[in-house]
Design a binder for this molecule. Structure first.
Ligand code: CA2
Length: 147
């Protein structure tokens, strides 16, 4: 069964607890459950991660090189700063989809640039937590999921 790594960056562990006007009231645990459920329906094994530390995210991308058929990544604020995450993703030889809960283009100008977008096959921004599920539906045929 194809394996999809879903990586989440700094502060996303606080989803649903602060700033619901920007990020909604869904928690990261809710997103993980919904992704695992949809993954099961589509025939994909979902591995869901969150870290507040850039190096841990880089290490997890390295692990994904050996384990994953695709990556969905919401790098949080590291989207706008991290060449290290871009370099790590450039070593990964399968699809990468970048997801943002908010529409980063509607926000402060420093959020308009993404290093990760230089590598991502596609970017979903501003569709709330549904973005993760839409990314999974997009990936299913690409990774040869059974259903
Ligand atoms: O819209 C997104 O998904 C972001 O990646 C979220 C990042 C932000 O830095 C990016 O520009 C866009 C921030 C995640 C912080 O999440 C929080 C959740 C609840 C309360 C506070 C922060």
């Amino acid at each position: 069964m194809p394996t999809i790594y879903i990586l989440n960056g700094p502060n996303l562990n606080l989803l649903g607890q602060r700033q619901p006007e920007i990020y909604g009231s869904t928690t990261l645990a809710d997103i993980e459950r919904a992704c695992i459920e949809l993954g099961a329906d589509l025939g994909m094994d979902i591995r869901f991660f969150q870290s507040n530390h850039e190096g841990v995210i880089v290490d997890t991308i390295h692990e994904a090189r050996l384990q994953a058929n695709a990556i969905i990544i919401n790098p949080g604020a590291l989207t706008h700063t991290s060449v290290a995450i871009l370099d790590a993703l450039n070593t990964f030889d399968a699809p990468v989809i970048e997801v943002h809960i908010s529409n980063i283009h509607k926000r402060e100008s420093f959020r308009h640039h993404s290093y990760v977008s230089l590598r991502a096959e596609g970017v979903i921004a501003g569709l709330g937590t549904n973005g993760y599920l839409l990314a999974l539906r997009h990936l299913a045929p690409l990774v040869g999921a059974a259903r």
